[in-house]
Design a protein around this ligand. Structure first.
Ligand code: PLP
Length: 385
């Protein structure tokens, strides 16, 4: 007898994980791999976080915390908003989550019902789109391109047929690294407020910016749901800890969902996260390394024939238009890995329609690896034409 399997899990894979598998296989055969596929810092958590975690391991029971997290950490996050964004956020509205991924699950489940429609830029982070799909919420893809720095605009939203229940923005974005400036974010925020559309602002790459600092949606609207994480700027991917700021109307729903789905975010990670805000020297040194890597790619990739690059305002990605080199980015990435050892992510992970014309290079790794990858690519394209 065939047993029932829910449609909920029948969502696209995260292709970058498939690339990682191929890269690891190559490494196991003793061949070199230059990892430019995964978007995670090459550094571990800062020393202050490790010290705080050691101290808590030795002294604390590390039981559950309340569902929204340790109050002193939520207060520290509130201070961060006052210091960096000049906005006052009641710690009661700050929720510590199991990474921003856990934040998405809680926010989407609390705010939207099955069949609701949520707009999201295409290309965009596959996790947001696929979590919506898994929950039976319709992602309404907003096709964006270089004309709008791959970000949604009022004009693009006006072209959507039918009512929207939500809009997700990500600035800086993954995969493009492009940002919304203050007036653009404000315009989108006003659009949402005027039409009763729930705004969800993914601010996970704040802190990793090269031209202007990231602007928080909280500057314009206390009703925005803001998602953030300790994974990127704070260099703590595997600690699985992030946070959300939520409007008061969603607080109780999210609390009930969090209690039942997760009980609480990992306690040791929460203590570590509380110490992360005092580690800015170390964290800013990481950002200086990303800036150096970015420069190496921006000057070296065009020489290798990757000459149509999205403006890298922030994050640690270069999104390259490779339509002059291939019409199949997955085959292209496989060949690139086989022939040069450089692992990168095909654009199809982020844009199922037009992604075959793009590849994403992540420059979160060590500078020597990025420099070597550029050199290899230059030789490769010189040889293959
Ligand atoms: C835009 C964006 N949002 C969310 C996430 C999820 O991160 P985490 O769950 O580690 O906080 C990522 C991870 O790459 C991302 O790029």
């Amino acid at each position: 007898m065939v047993l029932k399997i829910s449609k909920r899990g029948q969502i696209p894979p995260f292709i970058v994980m498939d690339v990682l598998r191929a890269a690891n296989r190559r490494q196991a055969e003793g061949k070199e791999v230059l990892h430019l596929e995964l978007g995670q810092p090459a550094t571990g958590a800062p020393a202050g976080v490790i010290a705080a975690a050691h101290q808590m391991l030795d002294s604390d029971l590390l039981g559950y915390t309340e569902a929204f997290g340790i109050l002193s950490v939520r207060e520290r996050i509130s201070e961060y908003y006052a210091q960096l964004h000049d906005v006052s956020v009641d710690p009661e509205r700050i929720i510590i989550t199991t990474g921003s991924s856990g934040g998405f699950v809680l926010a989407f489940t609390a705010a939207f019902d099955v069949g609701d429609r949520v707009a999201i830029a295409d290309p965009g982070y596959p996790g947001s789109r696929n979590i919506l799909l898994g929950l039976g919420i319709e992602p309404v893809l907003v096709p964006t391109g270089p004309e709008t720095r791959f970000q949604p605009t009022l004009e693009l939203l006006d072209k959507i047929d039918g009512k929207l229940d939500g809009l997700i923005v990500a600035s800086p974005s993954n995969p493009t690294g492009t940002m919304l400036d203050e007036s653009e974010l404000q315009a989108l925020s006003d659009y949402c407020r005027d039409r009763g559309v729930r705004l969800i602002s993914d601010e996970i790459y704040h802190g990793i910016t090269y031209e202007q600092p990231g602007v928080s949606a909280l500057r314009f609207d206390n009703n925005a749901v803001v998602i953030n994480s300790f994974s990127k700027y704070f260099s703590m991917t595997g600690w699985r800890v992030g946070w959300m700021v939520v409007p008061t109307d969603l607080l109780r729903s999210i609390e009930c969902l969090a209690q039942n789905l997760f009980i609480s975010a990992p306690t040791l990670s929460q203590y570590g996260a509380g110490a992360a805000f005092d580690c800015t020297d170390e964290l800013n040194a990481n950002v200086a390394r990303y800036a150096e890597n970015r420069q190496i790619l921006l000057s070296g990739l065009p020489v290798a024939g990757f000459d149509r690059l999205a403006p890298v305002d922030g994050a640690f990605y270069v999104y390259a238009d490779i339509s002059s080199l291939t019409n199949d980015s997955e085959i292209f990435c496989r060949r690139m890995l086989d022939e040069t050892g450089v692992a990168a992510t095909p654009g199809t992970d982020f844009d199922q329609g037009r992604g075959n014309a793009y590849v994403r290079f992540s420059f979160s790794g060590p500078t020597a690896v990025i420099a070597k990858a550029v050199e290899r690519l230059q030789h490769w394209t010189a040889k293959t034409g």
